[in-house]
Design a protein around this ligand. Structure first.
Ligand code: BTN
Length: 247
């Protein structure tokens, strides 16, 4: 991975650039990196704050030969890889909040946005966007996210070289990805569950269609979250925000 790297100081979103590269045939493992994004995108149509020089704003092109419905597995794979990379670099534990938030001490330090180009049931390419707060100080975060966001530097008490973090990240992604293509999702699922923040907890899954509160029982082989409500009914959650209600 990273044999083809497109670096630009300032872009609207690395996702857009990666998307058109992929459409034009860029090989698997190509990455797009920027120092700053002026229109960084998060999950569920939200914005992702990507100020200059403080974090990793990166999109990676994958071309897995897997059916479309297995694509969510890739998000979980990347979350495990990012969690491992953070632990290697900082020595701090990075928990995964379903599907793809990375938390240090309960605050979000990284997020993943997976977007697909597909035709019928076959995947043309997967664009994995990774945003990681590396050297921000608390004062850099807007008021809106100051309570919930953090960075490696805030939690680790020192600054980190972004290039080094990117190196670890690509190494972990590449090795898990090859393992996944060879052996399937089983091992990734176990690794994910071992790092999961919300499993076994009472949580609320909130989406545009409403919210459900219950116990997070686990994930399926497709990466779908299983939530058991108070009547014992188990819901499959494909896309939502997870909240841990205060007692
Ligand atoms: C989330 O947690 O909502 C996902 C955030 C993903 C942000 C990254 S930064 C690089 C790539 N380019 C974007 O515009 N978004 C992703």
């Amino acid at each position: 991975f990273g044999k083809k790297i497109v670096y630009q100081p300032s872009v609207k979103s690395t996702q857009e650039i990666a998307y058109s590269l992929a459409r034009d045939g860029a090989p698997e493992g190509s990455i797009v990196l920027a120092d700053e994004q002026t229109g960084g995108r998060g999950r569920l149509g939200r914005a992702w704050q990507s100020p200059a020089g403080t974090g990793i704003w990166m999109s990676l092109i994958l071309r897995p030969e897997i059916p479309l419905q297995k694509a969510p597995q890739l998000t979980l794979l990347i979350a495990v890889a990012a969690s491992k990379a953070i632990e290697k670099v900082t020595g701090l534990e990075a928990a995964i909040k379903w599907p793809n938030d990375l938390l240090i001490n309960g605050k979000k330090t990284a997020g993943i946005l997976t977007e697909l180009q597909a035709e019928a049931d076959s995947i043309h390419s997967v664009i994995v966007g990774i945003g990681m707060n590396v050297n921000q100080e608390s004062k850099h975060f807007s008021e809106e996210i100051a309570q919930i966001a953090t960075s490696l530097a805030i939690e680790g008490g020192k600054t980190y070289k972004r290039a080094e973090v990117i190196g670890y990240l690509l190494q972990e992604i590449e090795s898990l990805y090859h393992q996944y293509l060879q052996n399937g999702f089983g091992v990734i699922k176990l690794l994910w569950e071992a790092r999961a923040f919300s499993l076994g907890k009472r949580i609320t899954a909130r989406s545009v269609t409403g919210s459900i509160t219950g116990y997070a029982k686990g994930i399926t082989d497709e990466g779908v979250l299983l939530l058991e409500d108070d009547t014992g009914r188990v819901h499959s959650i494909y896309s939502a925000d997870i909240e841990i209600p205060s007692p």
